[in-house]
Design a protein around this ligand. Structure first.
Ligand SMILES: [Zn+2]
Length: 428
């Protein structure tokens, strides 16, 4: 790295070699995001590199001659989409309740809307949003092969398991073992890992849940489960009735209520001991959150999907109080206007208001996502390439529904632009 004058400026014909990039929140992947901070960047010689990160006022005082670029909302490493269904990327946005939504997903699949082409569309959208780490739910072997072999992607491809009939648990489990045996050899170091997703505690029978949890523990397979997304799950598990029983009577014919909450039921079955990541987890009581904390389970919060499906409000403050690690996910395009975790973060800030600290939500979008998926979180330190950071734009108010954003790294590395460009700002 070149050394500048004490004033912090190299004056040559090309202009200043250093710049200050300020933002309301700056996160380096270590500790907590900082408020009113800035990144001192050595922009030449290329590639631009981080010199230091600190409070804006302190850095201004220390480097008075370094030009300060326009302030951004957030400068942080690329966020993680910890929960999506890439093969639903061609599903139209379908507002409404949970029961109707599940029916729409089934109809979309029967009409041929799922599969590899849809997943490719989702992958392109993730790449355009600067996302390289994903937790996906997979229902198609071609998609599974594609994700496990993807050269630029990290995270977990969770093979989805459904099976509400306890009498068919052995056959369903054997089919899962077969998939794992065939696809696990495709895992590559540093790439996407194979995991399992028992769909929900009411669409997978108790014996199958037990088998899957034990298998996942023995094999070191990550698990991801939808739970407590809809308010109707509580009466179903507690007393066996309510709107889900009414809507899905034949499908749930052999479901027996445990009398517990959905999370308490998973704990009782031994599923939490396999440390699944739990998606949604909206309708929980304090005891559920304590169980999750004790088991070391991370939770994936999908605020836009919850809003669109009327699922309820995620009890952010309660999770924060109990120290449960929270990640952000978009869920599928069927219930989310985009696959961008930046959009999800912005929506979370708006939805939770004063109940959630934007800095904590930022931590969730980056570090929380890596924790949930078991991937190595980024650490931006002195000498790191500046394109390890991206600007999280204000953009259009949610729901954005706008054009896919250009790659963040590309925007950041643009020396001609001379600043941290908006990810979706269009300066390319
Ligand atoms: Zn989902």
């Amino acid at each position: 790295m070149s050394v500048s004058s004490p004033a912090g400026v190299d004056t040559d014909t090309q202009g200043p070699a250093r710049e200050l990039w300020p933002a309301d929140l700056v996160y380096d992947g270590l500790g907590r995001p900082r408020r009113d901070a800035a990144v001192l960047v050595q922009v030449r010689p290329e590639p631009a590199r981080v010199v230091t990160i600190g409070h804006l006022d302190a850095l201004r005082a220390q480097y008075p001659a370094v030009p300060v670029r326009p302030s951004r909302r957030v400068i942080a490493p690329a966020p993680v989409n910890a929960h999506t269904h890439l093969d639903l990327s061609r599903m139209p946005l379908t507002p409404g309740g949970y029961v109707d939504f599940v029916a729409a997903v089934i109809a979309h699949g029967r009409a041929g809307g799922r599969g590899l082409a849809a997943a490719e569309q989702g992958l392109a959208e993730l790449a355009a949003a600067g996302v390289a780490t994903v937790g996906d739910i997979v229902t198609d072997e071609r998609v599974l092969a594609r994700l496990l072999a993807h050269p630029g992607l990290r995270g977990v491809a969770h093979w989805e398991v459904l099976g509400a009939d306890p009498d068919e648990a052995d056959a369903a489990f054997a089919a899962v073992v077969d998939v794992v045996r065939r696809f696990r050899p495709l895992e590559r170091p540093g790439g996407v890992r194979l995991g399992l997703s028992p769909h929900t505690p009411h669409t997978v029978s108790a014996p199958l849940l037990r088998k899957l949890a034990a298998f996942a523990r023995a094999e070191g397979l990550p698990l991801q489960i939808h739970v407590a997304e809809d308010p109707g799950e509580l009466p179903l598990h507690r007393s066996g009735d309510g709107p889900l029983r009414e809507a899905w009577g034949p499908f749930l014919a052999k479901f027996r209520p445990s009398g517990r909450t959905p999370v308490g039921y998973l704990d009782e079955l031994g599923v939490l001991a396999a440390r699944p990541t739990l998606v949604h987890a909206v309708h929980v009581v304090d005891d559920d959150i304590r169980r999750l904390q004790r088991a070391g389970c991370a939770v994936v919060h999908c605020p836009r999907s919850n809003a669109l499906l009327g699922s309820g409000t995620f009890p952010w403050a309660a999770y924060a109080r109990h120290g449960v690690s929270v990640a952000l996910g978009t869920d599928s395009r069927g219930s989310s206007p985009s696959l961008s975790p930046v959009d999800e973060w912005r929506a979370a800030v708006a939805i939770h208001g004063v109940a959630a600290d934007p800095a904590q939500l930022l931590w969730a979008a980056v570090k929380g996502g890596h924790r949930a998926l078991g991937t190595q979180p980024p650490r931006v330190v002195r000498g790191s390439r500046a394109d390890a950071l991206m600007s999280w734009p204000e953009g259009a108010p949610w729901p954005s529904g706008g054009a896919p954003a250009p790659a963040a790294a590309e925007a950041l590395a643009s020396a001609e632009a001379g600043s941290v460009d908006d990810v979706r700002g269009g300066s390319g």
